[in-house]
Design a protein around this ligand. Sequence first.
Ligand code: B12
Length: 233
Amino acid sequence: MSDEDEIILSELDDDELVQQMFDDLYDGLREEIEEGVNILLGRGWQPYDILTKALVGGMTIVGNDFRDGILFVPEVLQAANAMKGGMAILKPLLVETGAPRVGKMVIGTVKGDIHDIGKNLVSMMMEGAGFEVVDLGINNDVDKYLGALESEKPDILGMSALLTTTMPYMKVVIDTLVERGIREDYTVLVGGAPLNEEFGRAIGADAYCRDAAVAVETAKDFMARKHNQMAAG
Ligand code: B12
């Protein structure tokens, strides 16, 4: 048995534990991540803080080393799997806020793109803020989005893209909404690491959101505007 096998997570203080969780996420150790999340919850940490400080923090390190060619797809998949284990524990806690229903969102990752961690995080936070969320998953083409808009009648359409090669597809979807004369029926929010505000504007989205917290705030803003318009009209 190596020294590393003997680390007892519950004996670490908060800072050490978060550091250890960064390492465990990096190594794709799902069970250890789940245990770490449970320990932090037991110590009174807010689910949102665990998500952003321990899990997203760890994923940032993975992302940097992936970019720099130190980690490769199989390792990153393992890390993503460990992250999802932690997120699954936090989801019911984030969602269970008893907030009144404020609106409905259809969300999905665009065609050609299989990244879903950020999208899932946005879904969780939106549900926690009182939105009903219909998650279309990954690799969605125009027809999938249009079908869901038609059947679900949401207030908001959210699209996620993590690749520079897939982000232009968001414009394809928005252009189709314009062609069909239904663009104004929805607030379109877009997000994903390679996007920025300028891109969001250029493709005709209502807003680009840097992260899940901004997504929630922006969605609430748009819902408030919609209600004010309805009250005025
Ligand atoms: C995990 C990961 C993977 C995993 C995905 C697992 C999964 N289930 O998602 C795997 C291993 C499968 C993968 C595969 C690939 N990946 Co990858 N991946 C990543 C990595 C490391 C992390 C992404 C992540 O989950 N981040 C954590 C989440 C929380 O952040 P986020 O996604 O940005 O989401 C937040 C915001 O952006 C925003 N947001 C996101 N979506 C939405 C949507 C809406 C509506 C709103 C409002 C907000 C919002 O809110 C989120 C929460 O705060 C990134 C690195 C990076 N820096 O992003 C590379 C990265 C995105 N991948 C990259 C590449 C190149 C690939 C591959 C092509 C590699 C290959 N050679 O095969 C494939 C592509 C597969 C495909 N067709 O999609 C590149 C993209 C480069 C580019 N400029 O296009 C990156 C940037 C790495 C790099 N620097 O090289 N990847």
